[in-house]
Design a protein around this ligand. Structure first.
Ligand code: F6P
Length: 559
């Protein structure tokens, strides 16, 4: 194993002094109610807050005392969090199972700064690609870049999956208010042909640009969709094979494969193997977002990311937003045993933030072994889910308020609407603030009775409360704020990963299913009845599918 400036082989949390202290403390405070905690400290809601990199965090509605936070910070210190942050920012090979750095922070490092990978400063190459992307986006947005028939490009279709899809789709949607409304954006990820057909059925090939985005340029879904897109384009342009050079660009860390596919290297935008897929939005993977909002707004987003990077790296833990939120999630997850948490953005443009965060959080920290390959001794990543407020209030909030599960929530809200109309925004904010208070303080049986509720109905109308939440407040959703917000969660994930001593930067768990699919495919395709030697369920499903597939279907034409 490579030599690091940090300890890979450190004691599992249960053997750590700080962990033991935390567990003892948990026994003492676990039954305290947020009602008591607020009643005994009138300034708790002012005190348990932190501000940095443009975001305000209220964490007072967590089931903690001041001592809890001290003990959590002691745990972070004993776990070597600062050393691990420094190592990541310095470009050390912190992704030890893939033997490479995890240097997404270099993607937003300002021009003129230096971060070294194997002795080479990578910041100039980052900016060289950003400049090329900017030049390309200006040409497309101005109409200078034309399609094969001379028409200007009106539609951008990003083909990619996982990190090559979720980040650009989320950011492009989140920044819709800043986008050129004359351009249409579509995102194709699923190998299900319906995804491709639904994305292109109303588009004119002569006005359509495809971005094939894949770090490896070898991902089954992406390469299959890219080939289908090429056929669709060429068929739509009277069989003109030369049209590919005007209608296809690539984003990848594997330029050689781009050439094999038939895209010219001049139309390829590079990123590097030290950028993890789910951390790649700030690289050329963000090309569709840059096309939507323009290079200046994209630069403002990178600046927001960088502000949060610096906040994370340099702010003392007790005022450090990602550290505080990361440690609180450990408290909920490992001590209270919460199995999931909800992301509740009170800004409609952030509707898909939960989906984006699912990959970031669960692909990063859904791990069962430590850095040295021993089984972890406590639960790792919680399940992340959620929806935009107030929509969620009218579906799953019932369970959050009165269900039997312990589900911490992150409320995300903004002081200004991007499209203010009448009282909409004040009502939205009233709801965001009210929900966190209702979760925390609930309503006692006495209060319910005092309202004149008949006795038989009282239990149904009682709210236990004591359900924790964070509230993140920012001025307005801008490209800069979006960067701050995403980087906040990236670093929360890092903090968690360090405490659990796992590798947040690999994803071996996605391999087995991929391999099995590749072995099943020939059994499905073969004309003869295959000899199936899988388990009885898998073999029967394959047989059943082959039989059903042989019957007539109801395919709908895509034109
Ligand atoms: O799902 C596994 C994964 O490797 C993700 O981590 C990654 O974002 C995605 O596949 C796509 O990979 P690529 O960009 O190489 O096509």
């Amino acid at each position: 194993m490579a030599v690091h400036t940090w300890r890979v082989n450190r004691p599992a949390p249960p053997q750590q002094t700080a962990w033991k202290a935390l567990q003892n403390h948990y026994k003492k405070v676990k039954d305290l109610h947020l009602r008591e905690l607020f009643a005994s400290d009138p300034v708790r809601g002012e005190r348990m807050t932190a501000e940095g990199a443009g975001l305000y965090l209220d964490y007072s509605k967590n089931r903690i005392t001041s001592q809890t936070l001290k003990l959590l910070i002691a745990l972070a210190e004993e776990s070597g969090l600062q050393v691990r942050m420094d190592a990541m920012f310095r470009g050390e090979k912190v992704n030890i199972t893939e033997k490479r750095p995890a240097l997404h922070v270099a993607l937003r490092a300002p021009k003129g700064t230096s971060i070294y990978v194997d002795g080479k400063n990578v910041v100039p190459q980052v900016h060289a690609v950003l400049d090329r992307m900017g030049h390309f986006c200006d040409r497309v947005r101005s109409g200078e870049w034309k399609g094969q028939t001379g028409k200007r490009i009106r539609n951008i279709v990003n083909i990619g999956i996982g990190g090559s899809y979720l980040g650009p789709r989320f950011a492009t949607e989140a920044l819709r208010a800043y986008a050129d409304p004359s351009l249409t954006f579509r995102f194709v990820a699923n190998i299900d042909s319906t995804d491709f057909v639904a994305a292109v059925r109303d588009l004119d090939p002569a006005e359509t640009l495809f971005i094939v985005s894949s770090k490896t340029f070898n991902t089954l879904e992406t390469m299959t969709n890219a080939r289908t897109a090429r056929e669709w384009l060429v068929a739509g342009l009277a069989g003109d094979e030369d049209s590919v050079s005007k209608h296809f660009v690539a984003v990848t860390a594997n330029i050689a494969r781009v050439t094999q596919f038939g895209i010219e290297t001049a139309n390829a935008f590079e990123f590097w193997d030290w950028v993890g897929g789910r951390y790649s939005l700030c690289s050329a993977v963000g090309l569709s977002t840059m096309l939507a909002v323009g290079p200046k707004n994209f630069g403002a987003m990178l600046d927001g990311f960088h502000q949060m990077d610096m906040h994370y790296l340099t702010t003392p833990f007790e005022r450090n937003l990602p550290v505080i939120m990361g440690l609180l999630s450990i408290w909920q997850n490992d001590l209270f045993g919460s199995e999931s948490f909800a992301i509740l953005p009170y800004e409609h443009y952030l509707e898909h933030f939960p989906t984006y965060l699912q990959q970031l959080i669960m692909e990063s920290n859904g791990k069962h072994v430590t850095l040295i390959g021993t089984e972890v001794t406590q639960p790792t990543s919680p399940v992340c889910w959620g929806d935009a407020g107030t929509n969620g209030q009218h579906s799953f909030f019932q369970l959050l308020h009165q269900g039997t599960r312990f589900i911490p929530c992150d409320f995300i809200a903004f002081a200004h609407s991007l499209h203010p109309i009448g009282k909409h925004h004040d009502m939205l904010m009233a709801n965001a603030i009210a929900q966190s208070a209702a979760l925390a303080f609930g309503k006692t049986a006495e209060q319910v009775k005092a309202e004149g509720t008949p006795d038989w109905l009282v239990p149904h109308r009682v709210f236990d409360g004591n359900r924790p939440s964070n509230t993140i407040l920012a001025r307005q959703l801008t490209p800069e704020t979006l960067g701050q917000l995403i980087a906040l969660y990236e670093h929360i994930v890092h903090t968690q990963g360090v405490i659990w001593n796992i590798n947040p930067f690999d994803q071996w768990g996605v391999e087995l299913g991929k391999d099995l699919a590749l072995s099943i495919m020939p059994q499905i395709e073969t004309a003869e009845e295959p000899r199936l030697e899988y388990d009885s369920s898998t073999s029967t499903l394959i047989r059943r599918y082959r039989a059903l597939r042989g019957q007539s279907d109801n395919a709908v034409s895509c034109s």
